[in-house]
Write a protein that binds this ligand. Structure first.
Ligand code: AHG
Ligand code: MN
Ligand code: MN
Length: 358
């Protein structure tokens, strides 16, 4: 209590007698940082707030996935022929509703919808942004209570304000992103965000239902000791990747090898761990998926923006993910992302392999 008997506005007592200090909520943060954004008018702040609200609603359902009658497959398959689970559909609906209702974007595209969706009312058509997202990433992990996530990517529209959104609003290279982030529904729920001025992480404090700044200005180590790959696919992956994985496993105490193998099978969770601890995530081309598995626009590109902002790198083995000009909404690319020096080493091995073949 201060001299007047009021609580300092940044300190709150908790029920167990502790004090919560220096709370900065996601909403406060985006409003305070508004002047960092290009064309700051408050719209992007509002859009980020809409995403935060959707994330909290999805989080609630994810938390009780084992209890409620929403667990398991819906039976439908999504546009890429994968079995869709009920929570994917629910999360997709929640994000679309929140963004449509918020009025800040003119359209969205998501993993669960074949085409983009344009918001064709006056408010929507006046929205300046488009959002692309993977509503629930790692959904095969829902049934087994393992971390899952949401990934989002935000662009300014290319078409004129007042018009319907069109495909060119969505097919933009990662470099054009104005913001990107993910939500991880893990042992705690976090929202990690970049608006091109570094990376900040917010942890959901369930007692007050707010995302609170917990990981300001996140940086990723330039070298890591973790490699994350589905090794089951290794025999059908490029020779260079096989070599790299063998190298990671070699015993060389001077360079801290062998490295640790860690693979959750939820991109968001694997990425989040490696971002904080240092490491590399690899999803190469395989014989059955020559472009890899991961989707450029709503998986690879937003995480590439985040990792670059944290000091790391992301490539498809030939060029930065952020530089790729997309030609379709659900385009897939090989993906190497994480600590700078690890990603560079993989890029070198892949280019040597190409040189030998040529
Ligand atoms: P989604 O659940 O959105 O379809 O994404 C699944 C992705 C990604 O989260 C994960 O890293 C990868 O698929 C795992 O693929 P494998 O099972 O082939 O390793
Ligand atoms: Mn995914
Ligand atoms: Mn998904």
């Amino acid at each position: 209590l201060d001299v007047d008997g009021y609580y300092n506005h940044r300190e709150f007592p908790t029920f167990d007698g502790q004090i919560m200090r220096n709370i900065v909520t996601l909403n406060e943060f985006v409003i305070e940082r508004q002047s960092d954004f290009p064309y700051a008018s408050g719209d992007l702040s509002r859009l980020l707030t809409d995403l935060g609200i959707a994330a909290k609603i999805v989080n609630q359902q994810v938390n009780k996935a084992g209890l409620a009658d929403i667990l398991g497959s819906l039976g439908d398959t999504n546009v890429q022929g994968e079995v869709q689970q009920k929570l994917d559909v629910f999360a997709d609906d929640v994000f679309i509703s929140s963004l449509r209702g918020g009025g800040m974007c003119c359209g969205v595209a998501s993993e669960e919808n074949d085409g983009y969706i344009s918001f064709d009312n006056d408010i929507g058509q006046n929205g300046k942004y488009v959002v692309l997202f993977d509503p629930l990433d790692g959904s095969s992990n829902i049934d087994v209570n393992v971390s899952i996530g949401t990934i989002f990517s935000i662009f300014r529209r290319k078409s004129s304000i007042g018009d319907r959104a069109n495909i060119n609003d969505f097919l933009q290279p990662g470099r054009n992103q104005v913001a990107a982030g993910y939500v991880i529904y893990g042992s705690s729920t976090m929202l990690v965000l970049t608006t091109g001025h570094g990376v900040n992480g917010f942890t959901l404090e369930p007692s007050i239902g707010e995302f609170c700044l917990s990981h300001p200005d996140l940086k990723t180590p330039e070298n890591g000791k973790i490699f994350s790959i589905n090794e089951g696919n290794l025999n059908s992956s490029p020779k260079a990747i096989q070599e790299y994985v063998s190298w990671c496993k070699e015993i060389d105490p001077k360079s801290a090898r062998p490295y640790s193998a860690r693979y959750i099978g939820s991109l968001v969770a694997d990425f989040h761990r490696n971002l904080i601890k240092g490491g590399i995530y690899l999803y190469p081309s395989t014989k059955s998926s020559p472009n890899g598995k991961l989707r450029l626009l709503y998986e690879c590109s937003p995480l590439a923006f985040l990792v670059e902002q944290a000091g790391g790198e992301a490539t498809d083995g030939t060029q930065p993910i952020m530089d790729i000009e997309p030609n379709e909404l659900h385009q897939r690319v090989p993906y190497y992302v994480g600590s700078k020096n690890m990603v560079k080493q993989v890029g070198k091995l892949l280019s040597q392999q190409r040189a030998v073949k040529a």
